[in-house]
Write a protein that binds this ligand. Structure first.
Ligand code: GLU
Length: 428
């Protein structure tokens, strides 16, 4: 039910409208910020390996670039829609602003399932995507990055196509590139680690010792894996993670009371990102229903998969032991479920604050690429920790001062910064 009615763009606009009301924003500023400024919708014809042709639908959407060039990932997903990309582009604007990056918000997508495409077909799709938008993107206009089902290799094909079309080398055009080809050390860990840096601060505030805490995670992609990795290094215990099974188009929760081990599970994950259930059982994991990650007796929940995963139909599964929910995915909690979590006294650290580590590190990559000089991994991660800690405390302090949930406080900071940039440019 909730799944069918869910519309990420409506949710992003509702969240914006609420806070625009709290901030008493004037009408022109509201009109400017509640929709994307520019949208590109296009078709990408690809010659398939069997000689046939297939046409894919692509998008690039610029929500707002008052604070700097648009920034945001490109998703390859069979259920991609213009509305999802609109919502995600809007969240990118707030994400960059709350992290105080000199960047605006954008997002891109292609309606496709990369599991059914060969590497050559994916390369053709990446190059075709760039050919359609090359005039409207670039290091000073719009800087794409990886997202759901796109990775460093896709970014490099896109960079190469952009450089062919523009006749030069523009390593600052795209981020999430392979290390050694203009990528930044620490980029792959950045989103998951950034989330755990903020979780560490939140636990400190609650007077909880991270080493005595337990977490349950949804997802086993890049964000989830590195969140599990750092949380475990800090001494926390992750007892469950839910992972999508590509073959069966369903999710399973992998649970082990003594704690799950990221590296061990990675070794039994196939190229589609599915964990081998039989091998997991052999390692002492119980394999449970996909929703079971939500009903664990843990202190922390980390939804790090897709949108609308904690909704009004399943939020009651959340146990009283849960103190913090920290969003690794974009839009994982529906607004009505969010209210229930707040009423239960659970601290919800919202997506565009908690998962901003990815774009913060992308910004570091952009800076390094533009000066063609690269930092050590320790340097990158120390800078990331510093930024994530500062943005968390700025939001957290405002939330206490105004007596509003952390999501509202994060929105207040982000919207105020973007509205101010629009005003200073004389737009509104
Ligand atoms: N796709 C990531 C996000 O949603 C990173 C975006 C970027 O690095 O530009 O935050």
């Amino acid at each position: 039910m909730a799944e069918k009615q869910f519309n990420a763009y409506r949710m992003a606009q509702d969240q914006f409208d609420r806070v625009a009301g709290l901030l008493e924003l004037d009408e022109p500023t509201r009109s400017l910020l509640r929709e994307p400024m520019r949208e590109y919708h296009f078709l990408i014809p690809v010659r398939m390996d069997d000689g046939s042709y297939k046409v894919f639908k692509g998008f690039r959407i610029h929500h707002n670039d008052a604070r700097g060039p648009c920034k945001g990932g490109i998703r390859f997903h069979p259920q991609e829609t213009a509305d999802t990309v609109r919502a995600l582009s809007m969240w990118m604007t707030w994400k960059c602003a709350v992290a105080d990056l000199p960047l605006g918000g954008g997002k891109g997508g292609v309606v496709c399932d990369p599991h059914n495409l060969s590497m050559r077909e994916q390369e053709a799709l990446c190059r075709g995507w760039i050919r359609q938008v090359s005039a409207n993107v670039g290091p000073m206009k719009d800087v794409p990055a990886p997202d759901v089902m796109t990775n460093a290799q896709h970014m490099l094909w896109m960079l190469d196509e952009f450089e062919v079309l523009n006749g030069g080398r523009y390593p600052g055009f795209i981020t999430g590139k392979p290390v050694g080809m203009g990528g930044s050390l620490g980029r792959k860990e950045a989103t998951g680690y950034g989330l755990v840096f903020q979780l560490r601060e939140a636990l400190k505030d609650r007077g909880m010792d991270i080493q005595r805490t337990k977490a349950s995670v949804q997802g086993f992609g890049n964000v989830a894996q590195y969140a599990i990795d750092l949380y475990t290094r800090y001494g926390g215990k992750v007892v469950a993670t839910a992972c999508w099974d590509q073959q069966e188009s369903t999710a399973y929760t992998f649970r082990r009371e003594k704690g799950i081990d990221m590296a061990e599970l990675q070794r039994i994950t196939d190229r589609f990102g599915s964990i081998d259930r039989e091998k997991a059982k052999g390692l002492g994991y119980s394999v449970l229903h996909g929703d079971d990650w939500l009903k664990q007796d843990v202190d922390v929940l980390i939804p790090a998969a897709l949108e609308n995963q904690i909704n009004i139909d399943n939020v009651e599964l959340v146990r009283p032991s849960v103190k913090i929910a920290i969003e690794g995915a974009n839009g994982p909690t529906s607004p009505d479920a969010d209210r229930v979590l707040n009423d239960k006294g659970i601290m919800v650290i919202p997506d565009f604050l908690a998962n901003s580590g990815g774009v913060v590190c992308s910004y570091f990559e952009q800076v390094q690429s533009n000066m063609n000089y690269y930092w050590s991994k320790d340097e990158v991660l120390a800078k990331l920790d510093d930024r994530m800690t500062k943005s968390f405390h700025a939001v957290f302090d405002l939330s206490k001062q105004k007596g509003v949930p952390i999501r509202d406080a994060a929105y207040m900071i982000a919207i105020t910064r973007v509205a101010e940039a629009c005003r200073m440019r004389g737009w509104v």
